[in-house]
Write a protein that binds this ligand. Structure first.
Ligand SMILES: [Zn+2]
Length: 447
């Protein structure tokens, strides 16, 4: 099962009682000013290619090497929680999952002695192992200033476990929290789109305008919409709305079908509609599992393709594929697991499967002979899951300009009017970016 470490969420999202703390040259726009390097100069270099915002970023690389890179010290108040955000990515993500770089919040007393961080008021930690990620991803770390603390520094250092990087860093920012509890975001209806700093949004939009693809091509976009199936004998209005909108905009979208939802005998309207959309070439229908089930085994969460034995997964893959051929009259080409949870049994099942050619959000290090489309955790339709969020999308997009593709996941069955408006805002932004909307299956046979 693949679970991303720490990372993700928040960032430009406004939390109650969050005060930005200036961190000198957190964006490396003035080189390594205000940062102190302990180690060879070759390990920490400033490069244009490493920039995510602005024109400069930090690249850490050495094979292997001992180093530390420490920010300027920022004054703190004991008892307060301090939150650090930064972005990182690696050009070697597929070869080596770990960067062997650790990030740490270091609190010190007035006489310079390091003191261990106290637990933060949010569920984040003061130490992180930085992964080599394919896309630029955001880390959020936090710790409370302990008794006697006077200052805080951000420190990157080698973990001592092997070759370091290459890993790019950019946009370090600090904030002081007032200890108000973290807002709980319930899944399902009613929750509003989280607020976002309008000034930051404007800055990000301007930055994108100034350098839309950082000298590369506009991205390919796969709109990956999950949990499609018959509603009664036909198609639910919210899915039809997506299809009509996509047709009106002239873009391709993809719908992931759950097998059990096309099993019934009285789904003639659904089948006719789906076949017609398939034939139109505007919608790709793909394998989103047979039953999308999950269960508990003690404390362990077992999902259809994450934790179930090989025989179970094999049967479910086969049954879902057979249903497509028999009910809809065409084979699936692409697969995306329920909950995006997969394991080594899924790799075996996929490797044996002749229908599936493309694996969305699969494991690029164990591709099972398929074209794996990697997930970008920060360029998303929905932040959090189920809630389309234009501002969060823009924040991730700005940091990931120049990427070849993005696979954007959504759940349109849960989109009421306010969420729909955010979805269309994202799509229309991408159209203006000259993005190419494609099927996952358009990547079949490409390495
Ligand atoms: Zn699903």
């Amino acid at each position: 099962m693949k679970i991303l470490p720490l990372l993700l969420l928040v960032g430009g999202t406004l939390c109650a009682g969050e005060i930005p703390l200036p961190l000198p040259n957190g964006s490396f726009e003035t080189g390594l000013d205000s940062w102190k390097l302990d180690g060879p100069a070759s390990v920490a270099t400033i490069q244009a290619d490493a920039a995510m915002l602005g024109v400069k970023g930090l690249c850490i690389q050495g094979d292997p090497v001992r180093f530390s890179l420490t920010s300027a010290a920022v004054p703190v108040t004991p008892g307060k929680t301090y939150k650090l955000n930064f972005w990182s990515s690696s050009t070697k993500a597929l070869e080596q999952p770990q960067s062997n770089v650790d990030a740490k919040l270091v609190f010190r007393s007035a006489d310079g002695k390091e003191i261990a961080a106290a637990p933060a008021s949010i569920r984040k930690w003061p130490v992180a192992m930085v992964a080599n990620t394919f896309f630029a991803e955001e880390y959020t770390m936090a710790g409370a200033a302990p008794e006697g603390a006077a200052t805080l520094e951000v420190k990157l250092s080698s973990s001592g476990k092997g070759p370091v990087g290459p890993v790019n860093f950019d946009d370090f920012s600090l904030a002081e929290l007032d200890g108000a509890p973290e807002p709980q975001i319930a899944e399902g209806g009613g929750h509003p789109v989280p607020p976002f700093d309008p000034q930051l949004l404007k800055t990000l939009e301007d930055e994108i305008k100034a350098a839309p693809y950082r000298g590369k091509q506009p991205p390919k976009i796969v709109i990956k919409l999950d949990d499609f199936g018959a509603a009664g004998s036909g198609v639910h209005a919210r899915w039809k709305k997506v299809a009509d909108y996509a047709a009106a905009k002239g873009i391709k979208v993809t719908f992931g079908i759950i097998g059990t939802r096309i099993q019934g005998d009285n789904i003639a309207d659904f089948v006719a509609w789906t076949k017609q959309q398939h034939d139109s070439g505007r919608i790709e229908f793909w394998n989103h599992g047979f039953d999308h089930a999950e269960r508990k085994d003690g404390n362990k969460r077992i999902m259809e393709f994450g934790g179930e034995p090989y025989e179970h997964q094999k049967q479910h893959m086969t049954d879902a594929n057979t249903l497509a051929r028999e009910k809809l009259g065409f084979p699936y080409v692409s697969f995306g697991a329920p909950f995006n949870a997969t394991d080594e049994n899924t790799v075996k099942v996929l490797a044996e499967d002749p229908d599936i050619k493309v694996w969305m959000y699969g494991d690029p290090r164990n591709p099972a002979g398929k074209k794996v489309l990697i997930r970008c955790g920060t360029v998303t339709l929905e932040t959090p899951t189920l809630i389309p969020n234009y501002a969060a999308f823009i924040e991730g997009y700005a940091h990931n300009r120049g990427a070849e593709y993005f696979v954007l996941q959504g759940h349109p069955a849960g989109w009421g009017d306010d969420r729909w408006e955010q979805f269309t805002k994202i799509v229309e932004f991408l159209i203006a970016q000259k993005a190419e909307f494609v099927f996952a299956s358009d990547f079949a046979g490409k390495s």
